[in-house]
Design a protein around this ligand. Structure first.
Ligand code: NDP
Ligand code: GDR
Length: 373
């Protein structure tokens, strides 16, 4: 009888953590995850995977923890003795990292060191394989297009600088201690589980709510930013594959196709039968409805449904990112399965379903209870 492999996922409550946990459970792994204590439940994305700790053969186990607490990390890793660690936890919002730079460095940079050191302190260098969630943000002010593994880094935010430390400390521990440690340099990946304040989800959620009359206008920052957007489900499969090779290596994962934020907005609106035209420029740019097909959207021609709000501009911006995933194609068998149009459609449909529920509650189901009745 072969015993199941054991994986530990930091950031299991996030977008990628949820998809990765699902993937590993389907592959027969026992999955341990680290979640943070919060005053409200923060396990929505993995509630469908939850297993009662009282059942025999529990295959999903959650531990309280934090990347800023090394004793906690050492204790969890000692207890779990993982074959694979996926370090997905991070303060992952680029704009927020300008507001909380020190915390971001602590969690995203030093947090990675804490895990690597825990592996070493516990003598697990030869047993435990380590995946670091590196990012296309490392390329920042791009030095070469498209970006590949050898493209020089030029980080443009406290988030990216912290992730650059994490990238290099992972490489260093691989070289210094012979650990199986690798970086996945992943370009933007999205899904219906994406956090609501990242631009794609902010757009699909707002378009759905505007279509149903729950919101009037969406405020965005830099509409000209160009990104290489893929589907998170495809990308977590590559995280797993990176840990199944004979030699640890770093890989770029991207689609190789680029769109602007403006194009994402247009595409999302079109999914709801709304054709938009962008007018003006810079901080005054707006999107105006020019045609409405079908009956999904309540807005009408002439409505201004997107405005630029300079408060969403970043002190230093990453204007353009486009990945070259040739190495992953050759060595990991990487082929993205979801097109840009399919990604936008899936996100819009999911948010439209959620907005319809809100709409129903507002119009039919909601009543403030009157104690005098
Ligand atoms: P999310 O923001 O959705 O998830 C981040 C996870 O990290 C959450 O589970 C969060 O917990 C947890 N977390 C945050 N801070 C801490 C901390 N101090 N200690 C422990 N856990 C913490 O990110 P994604 O799933 O989108 O991304 C996963 C990883 O990949 C991140 O490291 C991100 O930087 C990186 N990345 C993401 C890309 C993308 O396009 N999605 C592209 C390239 C890299 P909680 O739920 O409580 O907030
Ligand atoms: P990014 O993702 O910064 O690339 O980091 P985000 O979706 O936040 O921004 C993408 C681009 O859109 C522009 N933008 C806006 N962004 C947000 N969030 N809100 C807005 O209103 C808005 N308007 C325009 C941004 O300026 C930017 O150019 C994501 C994160 O998941 C990181 O953790 C990850 O490392 C990288 O992707 C790859």
């Amino acid at each position: 009888m072969t015993t199941a492999k054991v994986a530990l996922i930091t950031g299991i409550t996030g977008q990628d953590g949820a998809y990765l946990a699902e993937l590993l459970l389907a592959k027969g792994y026992v999955v341990h995850g680290i979640k943070r204590r919060s005053s409200l439940f923060n396990t929505d994305r993995i509630d469908h995977l939850y297993q009662d700790p009282h059942v025999d053969d529990q295959r999903l186990v959650l531990h309280y923890g934090d990347l800023t607490d090394s004793t906690n990390l050492i204790r969890i890793i000692q207890q779990v003795q993982p074959d694979e660690i996926y370090n997905l936890a991070a303060m992952s919002h680029v704009a927020v990292s300008f507001e909380t730079p020190e915390y971001t460095a602590n969690a995203d940079g030093i947090g990675t060191l804490r895990i690597l050191e825990a592996i070493r302190i516990l003598g697990l260098e030869k047993k435990t394989r380590f995946y670091q969630a590196s990012t296309s943000e490392l390329y920042g002010l791009v030095q070469e297009t498209p970006q590949k593994e050898s493209t020089p880094f030029y980080p443009r935010s406290p988030y990216a600088v912290a992730k650059m430390y994490a990238y290099w400390i992972t490489v260093n521990y691989r070289e210094a201690y012979g650990m199986y440690a690798c970086n996945g340099i992943l370009f933007n990946h999205e899904s219906p589980l994406r956090g609501e304040t990242f631009v794609t989800r902010k757009i699909t959620r707002a378009m759905a709510r505007i279509a149903l009359g729950l919101q009037d206008c969406l405020y965005l920052g830099n509409l000209s930013a160009l990104r290489d957007w893929g589907h998170a489900k495809d990308y977590v499969e590559m995280q797993w594959r990176m840990l199944q090779q004979t030699q640890p290596e770093d890989f770029v994962i991207a689609t190789g196709v680029q769109y602007s934020v403006r194009q994402f907005v247009e595409r999302a609106a079109r999914e709801l039968g709304v054709t938009l035209e962008f007018r003006g420029e810079g901080g005054n740019e707006v999107a105006v409805v020019v045609r409405v097909d079908g009956d999904q959207a309540q807005c009408k021609p002439g409505d201004v449904i997107v405005k630029v709000d300079p408060r969403y501009f970043r002190p230093t911006e990453v204007e353009t990112l486009l990945g070259d995933p040739s190495k992953a194609k050759a060595k990991l068998g990487w082929t993205p399965t979801t097109s840009f149009e399919e990604l936008v459609r899936e996100m819009v449909q999911s948010d439209y379903t959620a907005a319809k529920r809100d709409h129903l509650i507002k119009t039919a189901g909601f009543r403030i209870y009157d104690y005098n009745e």
